[in-house]
Design a protein around this ligand. Structure first.
Ligand code: ITT
Length: 208
């Protein structure tokens, strides 16, 4: 199925593995690449849907944003789908940029965040990711978090978004921009949320 198609994601899956498909509504190719790899482990083909824009309300938590975005996307596409809403919360900035993460990234960017953090001793931060599934009937939301620190300079060319300024506690000394996609997928906020989703979706979990 071509990228961005909005018909049934199961339509081009002909037996064997993967056995099922799911649309991921996102304009962010980095999210899609990570989700595609995790989906394959569970026999699920993740199909990126980027022809419609993810509807983003301004709410105080990622679960609410993801659920409303899933509902809005379903009303357009009429096919089972997931959306991923992610926020970076910086402790010393009282959780900022949080639900404004996308806007802040495209306005002040990584260098703007580093400037705000100049001379700040408490570098703690958390990524929070909510993945919401909606099929016109059932809404399910899965959340994952990753703790780490904001480093003092941009490091690494891997990943996307805030990855080059975030060093996870799981990998001290390295930013997410300096680790492989495979490694990020073993402990990231997105991997935790998506793993719970895929386990539920494929019937392999306590969620069923
Ligand atoms: P969609 O809404 O189309 O899915 P987006 O990039 O706007 O794409 P979010 O609102 O969820 O998605 O992301 C908020 C910001 O956080 C945005 O700038 C992302 O690039 C960034 N971001 C999301 N996940 C990330 C991750 O795993 N690592 C680093 N930055 C991330």
């Amino acid at each position: 199925m071509p990228k961005g198609s909005c018909s049934n994601p199961n339509a081009d899956i002909k037996g064997g593995i993967p056995k099922r498909g799911i649309l991921l509504v996102t304009g962010n190719n980095g999210k899609f690449r990570e989700a595609r790899e995790i989906g394959l482990k569970y026999g699920v083909k993740v199909v990126q849907e980027s022809t419609i824009e993810k509807f983003e309300i301004q709410a105080s938590d990622v679960s609410k944003v993801a659920e409303l975005a899933a509902l809005a996307a379903y009303n357009r596409l009429k096919a089972p789908l997931i959306v991923d809403d992610t926020a970076l919360h910086i402790d010393a900035l009282k959780g900022f940029p949080g639900v404004y993460s996308s806007y802040v990234y495209t306005t002040i960017g990584l260098s703007g965040i580093l400037r705000l953090m100049e001379g700040v001793e408490n570098r703690g931060a958390t990524f929070e990711c909510a993945v919401s599934y909606y099929d016109g009937n059932l809404m399910k939301t899965f959340v994952g978090r990753l703790g780490g620190v904001i480093v003092t300079e941009v490091r690494g060319t891997g990943g996307f978004g805030y990855d080059p300024i975030f060093s996870p506690l799981a990998r001290p000394g390295k930013t997410l921009g300096e680790v492989s996609l495979e490694e990020k997928n073993t402990y990231s906020h997105r991997a935790v949320a998506l793993t719970s989703f895929f386990k539920w979706f494929t019937g392999d979990s306590e969620y069923t």
